[in-house]
Unconditional design. Structure first.
Length: 266
Protein backbone atom coordinates (compact mmCIF):
# COMPACT_ATOMS: atom_id res chain seq x y z
CA UNK A 1 0.00 0.00 0.00
CA UNK A 2 2.94 2.32 0.64
CA UNK A 3 3.37 4.68 -2.31
CA UNK A 4 6.50 4.03 -4.31
CA UNK A 5 7.43 1.37 -1.79
CA UNK A 6 9.95 3.58 0.03
CA UNK A 7 8.32 6.44 1.92
CA UNK A 8 6.22 5.91 5.02
CA UNK A 9 3.07 7.99 4.76
CA UNK A 10 -0.31 8.32 6.42
CA UNK A 11 -3.12 7.07 4.15
CA UNK A 12 -5.35 9.77 2.68
CA UNK A 13 -8.88 9.79 1.29
CA UNK A 14 -7.77 8.21 -1.99
CA UNK A 15 -6.25 5.24 -0.14
CA UNK A 16 -9.42 4.67 1.84
CA UNK A 17 -11.49 5.01 -1.33
CA UNK A 18 -9.29 2.46 -3.10
CA UNK A 19 -9.55 0.07 -0.16
CA UNK A 20 -13.33 0.39 -0.11
CA UNK A 21 -13.49 -0.31 -3.85
CA UNK A 22 -11.45 -3.50 -3.37
CA UNK A 23 -13.81 -4.67 -0.64
CA UNK A 24 -16.97 -4.00 -2.65
CA UNK A 25 -15.79 -5.06 -6.13
CA UNK A 26 -16.08 -8.67 -7.26
CA UNK A 27 -13.90 -8.26 -10.36
CA UNK A 28 -10.87 -10.53 -10.29
CA UNK A 29 -11.92 -12.28 -7.07
CA UNK A 30 -12.51 -16.03 -6.88
CA UNK A 31 -14.89 -17.45 -4.28
CA UNK A 32 -13.13 -20.02 -2.11
CA UNK A 33 -15.71 -20.50 0.66
CA UNK A 34 -19.38 -19.63 1.14
CA UNK A 35 -21.13 -21.14 4.12
CA UNK A 36 -23.17 -20.06 7.17
CA UNK A 37 -23.17 -16.38 6.23
CA UNK A 38 -19.41 -16.12 5.66
CA UNK A 39 -17.84 -15.72 2.21
CA UNK A 40 -14.12 -15.88 1.41
CA UNK A 41 -12.49 -14.83 -1.87
CA UNK A 42 -8.90 -14.90 -3.10
CA UNK A 43 -7.38 -12.91 -5.91
CA UNK A 44 -5.06 -13.49 -8.75
CA UNK A 45 -2.04 -15.32 -7.48
CA UNK A 46 -1.41 -19.01 -7.92
CA UNK A 47 -2.88 -21.17 -5.20
CA UNK A 48 0.60 -22.26 -4.17
CA UNK A 49 1.68 -18.65 -3.64
CA UNK A 50 1.85 -17.68 0.03
CA UNK A 51 1.40 -13.92 -0.58
CA UNK A 52 -2.25 -14.23 -1.50
CA UNK A 53 -4.79 -11.46 -1.30
CA UNK A 54 -7.73 -12.73 0.75
CA UNK A 55 -11.10 -11.04 1.30
CA UNK A 56 -13.82 -12.18 3.68
CA UNK A 57 -17.32 -10.91 4.42
CA UNK A 58 -19.87 -11.62 7.14
CA UNK A 59 -23.31 -10.17 7.82
CA UNK A 60 -23.64 -9.21 11.50
CA UNK A 61 -27.22 -9.12 12.75
CA UNK A 62 -27.87 -7.24 15.99
CA UNK A 63 -24.45 -5.54 15.92
CA UNK A 64 -24.44 -1.85 14.90
CA UNK A 65 -21.52 -0.69 12.74
CA UNK A 66 -20.20 1.64 15.44
CA UNK A 67 -20.08 -1.25 17.94
CA UNK A 68 -17.97 -3.40 15.63
CA UNK A 69 -15.72 -0.40 15.00
CA UNK A 70 -15.16 -0.11 18.76
CA UNK A 71 -14.45 -3.84 19.03
CA UNK A 72 -11.73 -3.69 16.39
CA UNK A 73 -10.07 -0.70 18.10
CA UNK A 74 -10.30 -1.81 21.73
CA UNK A 75 -7.02 -3.60 22.52
CA UNK A 76 -8.14 -4.39 26.08
CA UNK A 77 -11.21 -6.18 24.80
CA UNK A 78 -9.23 -7.99 22.10
CA UNK A 79 -7.56 -10.08 24.79
CA UNK A 80 -11.05 -11.44 25.59
CA UNK A 81 -11.97 -12.75 22.16
CA UNK A 82 -8.85 -13.13 20.01
CA UNK A 83 -7.51 -16.50 21.15
CA UNK A 84 -4.82 -16.46 18.42
CA UNK A 85 -3.30 -13.25 19.77
CA UNK A 86 -0.18 -13.54 21.90
CA UNK A 87 0.35 -9.83 22.54
CA UNK A 88 -0.82 -6.49 21.19
CA UNK A 89 -0.12 -2.90 22.20
CA UNK A 90 -0.05 0.60 20.77
CA UNK A 91 3.45 2.04 20.32
CA UNK A 92 2.62 5.67 19.62
CA UNK A 93 0.34 8.08 17.78
CA UNK A 94 1.04 9.85 14.52
CA UNK A 95 -2.16 11.90 14.10
CA UNK A 96 -5.69 11.89 15.53
CA UNK A 97 -6.53 8.97 13.22
CA UNK A 98 -3.23 7.12 12.80
CA UNK A 99 -0.90 5.22 15.11
CA UNK A 100 1.83 2.57 15.20
CA UNK A 101 1.22 -0.74 16.93
CA UNK A 102 2.54 -4.23 17.60
CA UNK A 103 0.70 -7.54 17.21
CA UNK A 104 1.87 -11.14 17.57
CA UNK A 105 -0.17 -14.25 16.96
CA UNK A 106 -0.02 -18.02 17.35
CA UNK A 107 0.35 -19.90 14.11
CA UNK A 108 -0.96 -23.46 13.85
CA UNK A 109 1.61 -25.78 15.42
CA UNK A 110 4.24 -26.76 14.22
CA UNK A 111 4.65 -23.44 12.33
CA UNK A 112 6.62 -20.67 14.02
CA UNK A 113 4.64 -17.77 15.50
CA UNK A 114 4.53 -14.46 13.61
CA UNK A 115 4.50 -10.79 14.60
CA UNK A 116 3.99 -7.38 12.97
CA UNK A 117 4.72 -3.71 13.51
CA UNK A 118 2.17 -1.70 11.54
CA UNK A 119 1.06 1.82 10.78
CA UNK A 120 -2.70 1.86 11.26
CA UNK A 121 -5.14 4.51 10.12
CA UNK A 122 -8.91 4.79 10.46
CA UNK A 123 -11.76 6.77 8.94
CA UNK A 124 -15.42 7.04 10.00
CA UNK A 125 -17.61 7.85 6.97
CA UNK A 126 -21.12 8.58 8.16
CA UNK A 127 -22.49 5.20 9.25
CA UNK A 128 -19.57 3.29 7.71
CA UNK A 129 -16.06 2.81 9.06
CA UNK A 130 -12.66 1.75 7.75
CA UNK A 131 -9.44 0.68 9.48
CA UNK A 132 -6.36 -0.09 7.36
CA UNK A 133 -2.70 -0.88 8.06
CA UNK A 134 0.64 -1.76 6.48
CA UNK A 135 3.98 -2.86 7.94
CA UNK A 136 6.65 -0.41 9.03
CA UNK A 137 9.99 -0.58 10.81
CA UNK A 138 10.43 1.17 14.16
CA UNK A 139 14.00 1.33 15.57
CA UNK A 140 12.88 0.36 19.07
CA UNK A 141 10.89 -2.68 17.90
CA UNK A 142 13.20 -4.80 15.71
CA UNK A 143 12.44 -8.44 14.78
CA UNK A 144 12.62 -10.82 17.75
CA UNK A 145 14.28 -14.23 17.84
CA UNK A 146 11.15 -15.95 19.16
CA UNK A 147 8.96 -14.76 16.23
CA UNK A 148 9.09 -14.57 12.46
CA UNK A 149 8.48 -10.92 11.52
CA UNK A 150 5.73 -11.00 8.87
CA UNK A 151 4.80 -8.15 6.53
CA UNK A 152 1.36 -6.66 6.01
CA UNK A 153 1.34 -5.25 2.48
CA UNK A 154 -2.24 -4.12 3.04
CA UNK A 155 -4.75 -5.24 5.65
CA UNK A 156 -7.99 -3.67 6.77
CA UNK A 157 -11.66 -3.69 7.67
CA UNK A 158 -14.67 -2.06 6.07
CA UNK A 159 -17.75 -1.95 8.31
CA UNK A 160 -20.93 -1.01 6.46
CA UNK A 161 -24.11 -0.17 8.33
CA UNK A 162 -26.97 -2.44 7.29
CA UNK A 163 -30.02 -0.84 8.83
CA UNK A 164 -30.16 0.63 12.33
CA UNK A 165 -28.83 -2.28 14.36
CA UNK A 166 -26.84 -4.42 11.95
CA UNK A 167 -23.79 -4.24 9.70
CA UNK A 168 -21.72 -6.04 7.10
CA UNK A 169 -18.04 -6.59 7.86
CA UNK A 170 -15.38 -6.95 5.15
CA UNK A 171 -11.83 -8.00 5.99
CA UNK A 172 -9.19 -7.75 3.27
CA UNK A 173 -5.57 -8.79 3.76
CA UNK A 174 -2.42 -9.30 1.77
CA UNK A 175 0.37 -10.52 4.04
CA UNK A 176 3.83 -11.92 3.38
CA UNK A 177 4.28 -14.50 6.17
CA UNK A 178 8.05 -14.63 5.49
CA UNK A 179 8.38 -18.29 4.85
CA UNK A 180 7.73 -20.89 2.21
CA UNK A 181 4.60 -22.38 3.71
CA UNK A 182 3.09 -25.76 2.92
CA UNK A 183 0.22 -25.66 0.43
CA UNK A 184 -2.15 -27.01 3.10
CA UNK A 185 -1.57 -23.84 5.18
CA UNK A 186 -2.55 -21.58 2.27
CA UNK A 187 -5.69 -23.66 1.70
CA UNK A 188 -6.59 -23.65 5.41
CA UNK A 189 -6.48 -19.85 5.57
CA UNK A 190 -9.38 -19.52 3.14
CA UNK A 191 -11.30 -22.65 4.13
CA UNK A 192 -10.96 -22.52 7.90
CA UNK A 193 -8.91 -19.75 9.49
CA UNK A 194 -10.61 -16.77 7.82
CA UNK A 195 -14.23 -17.92 8.38
CA UNK A 196 -13.48 -18.78 12.01
CA UNK A 197 -11.89 -15.36 12.60
CA UNK A 198 -14.93 -13.55 11.15
CA UNK A 199 -17.33 -15.50 13.36
CA UNK A 200 -15.20 -14.61 16.40
CA UNK A 201 -15.40 -10.90 15.58
CA UNK A 202 -19.17 -11.16 15.15
CA UNK A 203 -19.57 -12.89 18.53
CA UNK A 204 -17.26 -10.30 20.09
CA UNK A 205 -19.54 -7.57 18.73
CA UNK A 206 -22.60 -9.15 20.34
CA UNK A 207 -20.88 -9.27 23.76
CA UNK A 208 -19.03 -5.95 23.64
CA UNK A 209 -21.72 -3.52 24.93
CA UNK A 210 -22.14 -5.48 28.17
CA UNK A 211 -18.36 -5.82 28.64
CA UNK A 212 -17.72 -2.14 27.93
CA UNK A 213 -20.31 -1.02 30.47
CA UNK A 214 -18.10 -2.59 33.15
CA UNK A 215 -14.75 -1.49 31.73
CA UNK A 216 -14.27 2.28 31.52
CA UNK A 217 -17.32 2.86 29.30
CA UNK A 218 -16.44 6.46 28.42
CA UNK A 219 -12.89 5.67 27.31
CA UNK A 220 -12.69 5.47 23.50
CA UNK A 221 -9.58 7.34 22.29
CA UNK A 222 -10.28 6.23 18.71
CA UNK A 223 -13.50 8.29 18.92
CA UNK A 224 -12.29 10.98 21.34
CA UNK A 225 -8.66 11.84 20.39
CA UNK A 226 -8.25 14.03 23.48
CA UNK A 227 -8.23 10.81 25.54
CA UNK A 228 -5.17 9.50 23.71
CA UNK A 229 -2.15 9.50 26.02
CA UNK A 230 0.22 7.63 23.71
CA UNK A 231 3.61 9.24 23.03
CA UNK A 232 3.90 10.98 19.68
CA UNK A 233 5.80 9.19 16.92
CA UNK A 234 7.34 11.04 14.00
CA UNK A 235 7.09 9.65 10.47
CA UNK A 236 10.84 10.29 10.25
CA UNK A 237 11.40 7.55 12.86
CA UNK A 238 9.72 4.97 10.64
CA UNK A 239 10.62 3.23 7.41
CA UNK A 240 8.74 0.82 5.18
CA UNK A 241 9.21 -2.81 6.21
CA UNK A 242 10.43 -4.63 3.12
CA UNK A 243 9.94 -8.38 3.14
CA UNK A 244 13.26 -9.12 1.46
CA UNK A 245 15.19 -7.67 4.41
CA UNK A 246 13.71 -10.22 6.81
CA UNK A 247 14.49 -13.84 7.58
CA UNK A 248 12.79 -16.23 5.16
CA UNK A 249 12.27 -19.71 6.56
CA UNK A 250 11.23 -22.85 4.71
CA UNK A 251 8.32 -24.64 6.37
CA UNK A 252 7.04 -26.40 3.25
CA UNK A 253 7.92 -29.82 4.62
CA UNK A 254 5.75 -29.58 7.73
CA UNK A 255 2.91 -32.12 7.56
CA UNK A 256 -0.69 -31.19 8.25
CA UNK A 257 -1.24 -34.19 10.54
CA UNK A 258 1.01 -32.58 13.16
CA UNK A 259 -1.44 -29.77 13.81
CA UNK A 260 -2.21 -29.19 17.47
CA UNK A 261 -5.76 -30.17 18.45
CA UNK A 262 -6.72 -26.59 19.31
CA UNK A 263 -6.32 -25.67 15.66
CA UNK A 264 -9.26 -27.92 14.81
CA UNK A 265 -11.72 -26.11 17.05
CA UNK A 266 -14.82 -24.99 15.16
Amino acid sequence: MSRGGEMVYIPDDSDFSSFRDQCESMEGWHCRYNKAGVTVWSQGQEESCTVQKIKTCISCKDVPAETLYDVLHDTRYRKKWDSNMIETYDIGRLTVNADVGYYSWKCPSPLKNRDFVTLRSWLPLGNDYMIINYSVKHPKYPPRKDFVRAVSLQTGYLIKANGAGACVLYYLTQVDPRGSLPKWVVNRVSQFVAPKAMKKIYKAGLKYPEWKRKHDPGYKPWVYPEQNTLPSVSLAELSVQHADSLENIDETGLPEDHLSTSDHEA
